[in-house]
Design a binder for this molecule. Structure first.
Ligand code: 16G
Length: 241
């Protein structure tokens, strides 16, 4: 239990005990921890002391707080290889997760000058702006906004984008997706992002910007995504040449 005569701070002892329960599997991913009040009663310490232990475990990424429901043991992160140009649907299926999307926005707008330059189209040419929350097994993983030339990807519907965009592009339109450039940056979730991703405001997120081209070099999409930092990590194989 807690050794109040130990030189180790009490919050640290509590922290280590909970950590041990997670490492040993007594507490499993997704399990709910006791409340601060319950721990305080159990260990006969103040809630402040418990809170410090809990906050340290949150900072270590071992547990997370969910507004209004409690504190839970963190799930394993999804590891995404950085080689291979895959779709979200494929990424989820590879991991045995069921992909789904909530459509937030689906509209056609005239391309701004900046977008037009990037997509190598004329300014004011119609582009789709599609904003989706992407989920794996009903857990929100990313918010994604695609900008796609409307004259290139014909006949898009809400129904299609709730499923797989790449599947439609390749298997219905028979366009060949070739390559992409991708930039990954760290950031913290603002209020809207936190709400959509069901995480605390200021939680770490990964911003990914992808620009995808068809095999003939035609720009296909500009995509901005915000991935949950607590659910996603990237892996790359590198060679020393
Ligand atoms: C991924 C891609 C995105 C693409 C989408 C298609 C990243 C960062 N982004 O989310 O560029 O539009 O897959 O997914 O990987 P879908 O075929 O499931 O609609």
């Amino acid at each position: 239990m807690i050794d109040k005569s130990s030189p180790l701070p009490i919050y640290y002892q509590i922290e280590e005990q909970i950590k041990q329960q997670i490492v040993s599997g007594i507490l499993e991913p997704g399990d709910m921890l006791r409340s601060e009040r319950e721990y305080a009663e159990y260990y006969q310490v103040s809630r402040m002391t418990v809170r410090q232990a809990i906050n340290n475990l949150v900072a270590l990424g071992l547990i997370y707080k969910k507004k209004g429901s409690g504190t839970f043991v963190q799930e394993q992160k999804i590891e995404q290889a950085l080689h291979g140009l895959t779709s979200f649907t494929e990424d989820m299926k590879t991991r045995g997760l069921e992909p789904s999307s909530h459509l937030i926005d689906f509209k056609i707008v005239p391309a701004s000058q900046g977008i037009a330059t990037e997509l190598k189209i004329k300014e004011h040419t119609p582009v789709y702006e599609i904003k989706r929350i992407r989920l794996g097994d009903d857990v929100p993983i990313a918010i994604e906004t695609n900008i796609i030339p409307a004259n290139l990807v014909l006949g898009l519907t809400e129904e299609i984008v709730i499923n797989s965009l790449y599947n439609y592009i390749e298997n219905k339109l028979h366009l060949r997706i070739g390559n992409a450039t991708q930039i990954i940056e760290s950031a913290t979730a603002n209020k809207t992002e936190a709400e959509l991703l069901e995480i605390e405001k200021q939680s770490p997120i990964l911003l990914i910007e992808r620009k995808t081209y068809l095999t003939d070099g035609t720009p296909l999409e500009i995509v901005k995504s915000s991935y949950r930092g607590d659910r996603y990590k990237f892996m790359i194989n590198i060679n020393r040449t």
